[in-house]
Design a protein around this ligand. Structure first.
Ligand SMILES: Cc1cc2nc3c(=O)[nH]c(=O)nc-3n(C[C@H](O)[C@H](O)[C@H](O)COP(=O)(O)O)c2cc1C
Length: 210
């Protein structure tokens, strides 16, 4: 039985386009894979620790082979819990808005917590950087107020897709699947609803083979 980690990065409960498409994907996924486990992580309500002095020191202690102080060890235990939850999944679904051409700050905070040497990536002078989260697919739904299709002038502004592919690839992901809902603002509410509906239909199909 597979475990799916559903990461919610929109705070717009009940209104969010990315959450609506991700939830349609998960409903279809469960129809096709009955009994599988979905763990939900809402990044706007989860107690994400601040990535502050203690936590940063603990990260550098690991990189430099130094022991933690008791305070650093305590801060690091919280980081380890989020990493353990992340790594325990077999598959991932991420629902995220585009914010300022990239990702919401809570998603960046989460990535700062889980992207850690020796846990989700490794480095040796001989082999360089190696991702440690391998062989697991992720389906990302991204909702955008504007539109940034490949080949358009807007594409250069889409730092979200570039960044997520880069950072997930850094952790070892090679199977990254996308559902894009755009534009959710630029064309007015009717266009947004039509785009959401089209993305839901596509997501329901993708879920059957996820
Ligand atoms: C803080 C903030 C920044 C935003 N920045 C962008 C942006 O850079 N480009 C864009 O196309 N839309 C932007 N939007 C609009 C959202 O991407 C759009 O409303 C999207 O549907 C939100 O996703 P959701 O419906 O899943 O919450 C922004 C919205 C907010 C609240």
């Amino acid at each position: 039985m597979s475990k799916v980690l559903y990461i919610k990065a929109s705070p717009r409960i009940g209104r969010s386009h990315s959450l609506a498409v991700a939830e349609a994907f998960l409903a279809s996924y469960l129809e096709a894979h009955p009994g599988e486990e979905i763990i939900t992580l809402d990044l706007f309500t989860a107690p994400l620790p601040p990535f502050d002095g203690l936590t940063v020191n603990a990260k550098y202690n690991i990189m430099h082979g130094r022991p933690h102080s008791p305070e650093e060890a305590a801060a690091w235990r919280v980081v380890e819990e989020f990493i353990a939850q992340f790594k325990s999944a077999d598959k991932y679904v991420l629902a995220t808005p585009m914010w300022n051409f990239s990702i919401p700050y809570r998603l960046k905070q989460y990535l700062d917590i889980i992207v850690q040497p020796t846990y989700t990536f490794a480095y040796t002078p001989e082999a360089g950087y190696q991702g440690l989260v391998t062989g697991k697919p992720i389906f990302i739904v991204s909702a955008r107020g504007g539109q940034y299709p490949p080949g358009s002038p807007g594409e250069a502004f889409d730092l979200q897709k570039k960044y997520l592919e880069l950072i997930l690839g850094f952790m070892g992901f090679t199977d990254i699947r996308w559902g894009i809902v755009e534009p959710t603002l630029e064309g007015g509410p009717e266009v947004a609803q039509a785009k959401r509906q089209a993305a839901i239909i596509q997501a329901r199909e993708l879920a059957k083979v996820f």
